[in-house]
Design a protein around this ligand. Structure first.
Ligand code: GTP
Ligand code: SPV
Ligand code: MN
Length: 601
């Protein structure tokens, strides 16, 4: 299987509906002159078009059609083995000055970078089709919604964008004919899928993105990390809203009281799973619904935060997904799903580590090699993904299309920490909550290339996604807090604490409802908590643990704070702030002092 494919020749009536906005036409013409494609395919997002492109992709060996009896209307794509995750070291914020990009981003000078990329793009699409994808991010009637256009020479990108965004005519219509309207320009080319020529570059001041040399997810679906988070966060600060790496879920009590919460966990740390949670049996009558699983755009209205999910689909981690861990995800990916880098069974089904049932006796692994249960290699890549429309989710929230967004009662931060961080605690106030988010850390995962399992600071789960100076980002959070008269409560969770035996102490997944319930009770004014140096903590009795098969001793450990570990943690916060070279706002430096003082008193 491959990423790069020759030009396709669609019949009349497919791929020939040009948008009318002159600014778009001029830009496309410019990219055409540079990249010299064989032809241009103007996407309209229709089903007819999608079916045609799926058939072409199958014929070109970019996709494999799966067994229609097993997974109807679904396909498998294998990316180049050198191209299986985001590449943070090749991701750049090309703001006018290095200072604007700040200490956590790679920066390169915009004029030089444009010229370097233009050189790479010269004739890069020769013999290929250039697809023009109009799309919107956000519900059609939301004031937060943004228009983007992505040019790409990858048919896989087109098919993925149709799942992940509201694509085609809807975007052309929303943009209209105003040549000065705000829209994002995204150019993507596979080039030759060579890591040596792989760059993901953002030009926030021009609302522009250029991505070359990759065919993988977060590097190339420019709507997602590039626009909705990196450029999004830059626009959000200037325009007074927030773009965050957060899931959004609704939780309704048996009495019919409903809250929405937003949660920022780093990549592959449990957002999709938490957003689709099924409460344990004991919680009869409680309902959790999904608004979004990866990105939240939030605005302030009447002193409260309201959130929309800008996306239209889920690009989720496959391994570990099962009817046991996440039945709603399993139902979502049973049909109309585009799989990347999972294993293919002999009967045309998909398989991955952690799927229900016994492994197949033989399969083709994610690299395209023979695989048996005796193989040393994994059948599915640890960062293999599904792209599936959010409409497939059986617990999709009824207000997912609501343009005004849903009111947020709580914001949750959380990382993957085998020690130090208790199962849950609550911030003392907004500023303390911002400090907790700013000093968050998590073990690295396969979602980005590089070492896995290393603890690194990942403020608000935005380290790889904040499109400007992180100090200004912290200031923006503090400023938003001042504008909120009913701010969400802020919590921190850790599903990943381990005991002495190296095993997770907490069962996670559906049982996270027990923690969610405590947080919702706190939002409703419950006083079931004790104050500690790090914030409000539940006592074991404050959590509803009925029917849970976890020893009391483990629960005590999960909710405990080890002072020695926390002294190390405090030193880690200090080192992190020091490493940012003076951009950290005074309020957060003060919060660190307060935390230290609380441990001493
Ligand atoms: P991105 O899409 O990369 O932003 O990730 P995400 O935050 O949506 O992560 P996701 O929910 O896909 O989870 C990633 C991995 O964490 C999967 O392997 C899950 O099985 C595992 N995981 C999720 N929730 C839990 C949990 O509560 N406990 C444990 N132990 N593992 C979990
Ligand atoms: C992440 O890495 O946080 C993702 C997957 O959500 S990707 O879209 O590939 O960035
Ligand atoms: Mn993500």
């Amino acid at each position: 299987m491959k990423d790069i494919a020759p030009a396709i020749s669609p019949p009349a009536g497919i791929g020939d509906t040009k948008p009318t906005n002159q600014a778009v036409l001029d830009w496309v013409h410019e990219v055409e002159l540079l990249t010299k494609p064989e032809n241009i395919f103007w996407c309209d997002g229709s089903e007819h078009e999608n079916n045609f492109l799926l058939e072409q992709a199958d014929r070109q060996n970019v996709l494999i059609k799966l067994n229609d009896q097993k997974v109807p209307r679904s396909y498998l794509h294998r990316s180049n083995p050198n191209d299986v995750a985001r590449v943070e070291q090749f991701t750049f914020i090309c703001a006018p000055t290095k200072e604007e990009a700040g200490p956590t981003n790679n920066w390169s000078e915009p004029a030089e970078t444009y010229s370097k990329l233009q050189n790479m793009l010269k004739s890069a699409m020769r013999g290929r089709t250039m697809f023009v994808i109009p799309y919107i991010m956000g519900p059609p009637d939301s004031p937060l919604t943004k228009v983007g256009f992505e040019i790409t020479d990858s048919i896989y990108v087109v098919l993925s964008m149709r799942i992940m965004t509201r694509m085609g005519a809807i975007a052309v219509k929303r943009l209209g004919n105003d040549a000065n309207a705000e829209w994002n320009r995204g150019v993507h080319s596979l080039l030759d899928v060579d890591p040596a020529r792989r760059f993901i570059c953002h030009f926030p001041q021009d609302n522009a993105i250029i991505s070359v040399g990759s065919g993988y997810g977060g590097n190339v679906l420019l709507s997602k990390k590039c626009l909705a988070l990196r450029i999004g966060s830059y626009l959000a600060r200037r325009q007074g809203w927030m773009a965050e790496h957060m899931l959004i879920l609704g939780v309704e009590s048996p009495q019919g009281r409903k809250h929405y919460v937003a949660a920022a966990f780093p990549s592959a740390c449990g957002k999709t799973n938490f957003a689709m949670l099924i409460p344990p049996k004991h919680f009869r009558g409680w309902k959790v619904t999904t608004v979004g699983d990866d990105i939240a755009w939030m605005q302030i209205r009447d002193g409260r935060l309201f959130a929309v999910n800008p996306e239209n689909g889920y690009f989720g981690v496959v391994p570990g997904t099962s009817y046991k861990s996440n039945p709603n995800a399993m139902k979502s990916i049973e049909h109309d799903t585009l799989y990347t880098n999972v294993a293919l069974t002999d009967d045309g089904d998909v398989w991955w580590e952690g799927k229900d049932g016994a492994p197949p006796g033989h399969a083709i692994d994610w690299r395209g090699n023979d695989w048996t249960p005796d193989s040393k290699e994994k059948a599915a890549h640890p960062n293999s993904r599904f792209a599936t429309p959010m409409r497939n989710n059986p617990v999709l929230d009824a207000d997912v299309e609501k343009g005004d967004g849903v009111p947020i009662s709580a914001i949750i931060f959380g990382g993957r920490r085998s020690d130090t961080m208790p199962l849950v605690f609550q911030a003392l106030d907004w500023e303390h909550g911002v400090y907790i988010g700013a000093t968050m850390a998590s073990e690295t995962t396969a979602a980005a290339t590089g070492a896995v399992g290393q603890v690194r600071r990942d403020p608000m789960a935005m380290l790889p996604f904040c499109g400007y100076n992180i100090g200004d980002y912290f200031r923006h959070w503090l400023k938003v807090g001042k504008r909120l008269t009913s701010p969400p409560l802020i919590f921190n969770v850790n599903w990943f604490r381990k005991g002495e035996d190296g095993k997770f102490l907490w069962p996670g997944f559906g049982d996270n409802m027990r923690v969610l319930k405590w947080m919702i009770d706190r939002c409703e004014g419950s006083d079931a908590a004790v104050e500690s140096p790090i914030g409000w903590l539940p006592r074991p009795d404050d959590l509803d643990l009925a029917g849970l098969d976890v020893p009391h001793k483990s629960v005590v450990e999960l909710l405990g704070i080890d002072h020695e570990q926390w002294q190390r943690e405090l030193a880690g916060h200090q080192r992190f702030f020091d490493s940012l070279g003076g951009v950290v706002p005074d309020e957060l430096l003060q919060e660190r002092q307060n935390l230290e003082a609380r441990f001493k008193s």
